[in-house]
Design a protein around this ligand. Sequence first.
Ligand code: BGC
Length: 284
Amino acid sequence: MTPPQPAPSASSAPPLPVHRLLSGQKALVTGANSGIGRGVAVGLAQAGADVMVNYVAGDDAAASVVDEIRRSGARGAAFKADVSSEDEVEAMFHSMREQFGTIDILVANAGLQRDAPFPDMTLEHWNKVLSVNLTGQFLCAREAVREFLRRGVVPEVSCAAGKIICMSSVHQEIPWGGHANYASSKGGIRMMMESMAQELAPRRIRVNSIAPGAIRTPINTVAWQTPQAYARLMTLVPYGRIGEPEDIARAAVWLASDHSDYVVGTTLFIDGGMTLYPGFATGG
Ligand code: BGC
């Protein structure tokens, strides 16, 4: 009889520091002067990372995020760049290397909506959303990956050569009438993220997505601002409350840390159950 095999040693998992999970790491968060990006930038800083705040408009808001980052004891800097412009993205990564030395974490978050009924959707509406939401993530991820590969793993900092978190949406799964451009961009992010994750995992680069549901931010004010709108929104959210940027920030800290070292190519839905087809709880 073959004796039972010993369980594989636990030593292949990384050691788990209990706090300041991201100490010594350098992060770039795009679209970080408001909404989810702001929450994530502050959350990463509170976990010990130095953070560059990318934004495209709103100097004062960006400066106030940088202040908040500094108050948490981390280094912060703002950089204005349109993520859909190759030149501006390259300049931003150049500045990141100059100011912080390198990059360990990219949160590709910048995104927008230009909603329209399908027959009225202009090519401009379409191109704007695809170029910021999808091409913007491509351009930033490509620069981050180039730097991760150049630098390689620095074991004192992280057991991965780099981590990318793509900000997706429940609408990478849920079709959204009146928002064909936005839903297409998020569906594209899903496949881009999974293809990158598959290709880059052997180089110890971890790529994952977060798919938020309805989060209280400026992008969807009409969905939560009045009691009537909020009540309507809640018919889509089994958990019965809107999400807050902090709900996303906590997950981003975990996904960027070595605590999630074995998580590769996954989309983490943070949506209060929106993707559970709540209409079927009583219908169908
Ligand atoms: C959109 C929001 C919307 C949410 C849930 C997000 O990706 O940006 O406007 O409220 O999905 O539908």
